[in-house]
Design a protein around this ligand. Structure first.
Ligand code: DC
Length: 228
């Protein structure tokens, strides 16, 4: 497709990637790909089928024998495994806690990377977010962004999300979780959280989601005709 493009947004947990990716995709009339939702769905399906999350071979055969479906539904990636809808279930804390088992194994990541590329191939304009989108999954993406923010601010944002869902969680606890997820995202040997050499870095500590989207649109406009 001549006009097809992908925009990648990578960064650590709680930096605002999903909000920004959703808003940007809407502004640009593109499809939003939430790759974390894919990792979460594989994890939740394995948990529900009683698969040992430490057993890579068992996880591989689960992936190969399960019909995963990822459907674009406006701002949400609707996910299914063998017909069962996982869109809500994957947001549960026990899934968040276990997803690292899937995320840290090379052969499993290989399958997930293919799912992401297959999904993107179905659409002409895609905004994708994750940890390795600009480096591994879509190295030829037309625009790549890498978001950063202080851990303290990221914990505060998570706290607000929880408060909106009626849950009070201590800031210190959230910060601890965020730092431990950072460590596991950065230190894994395959598909680690990393900025592509040609990524545009945006510090979102003091900029809200609308502001970040504006910065992105500006950069996209500036480089529209000639690339970077
Ligand atoms: O963005 P999220 O919180 O929904 O991601 C869930 C987990 O999946 C997170 O712990 C890191 C992992 N992940 C990944 O390893 N690579 C991606 N492209 C997206 C998510």
């Amino acid at each position: 497709m001549r006009d097809a493009w992908v925009i990648t947004i990578d960064g650590p947990a709680g930096v605002g990637k999903s909000t920004v990716a959703r808003m940007l995709s809407e502004r640009l009339g593109a499809v939003f790909l939430d790759t974390g939702a894919m990792y979460r769905t594989v994890t939740a399906a394995a948990m529900d089928k009683g698969v040992d999350l430490e057993d890579v071979e068992a996880l591989l055969s689960l992936i190969d024998s399960t019909a995963f479906r990822f459907e674009h539904d406006g701002p949400v990636l609707r996910t299914r495994a063998d017909g069962k809808d996982y869109t809500q279930r994957i947001r549960e804390p026990e899934v968040t806690e276990n997803v690292r088992h899937v995320a840290c194994q090379g052969p499993l990541r290989g399958r997930l990377v293919r799912m992401q590329q297959d999904f993107a191939n179905r659409f002409s304009k895609v905004v994708t977010e994750g940890r390795d989108q600009g480096t591994v999954v879509f190295p030829d993406a037309k625009w790549k962004f890498f978001l950063e923010a202080d851990p303290e601010e990221r914990a505060r944002r998570r706290q607000k999300d929880f408060a909106a869902a009626g849950k009070a969680v201590a800031l210190e606890e959230l910060k601890k979780h965020i730092l431990s997820r950072d460590a596991s995202d950065i230190n894994r040997s395959v598909g680690p959280l990393a900025a592509a050499a040609d990524a545009i870095h945006i510090d979102t500590t003091r900029v809200d989601a609308e502001g970040v989207v504006e910065i992105m649109i500006r950069r996209i406009e500036e480089t529209k005709n000639g690339g970077h």
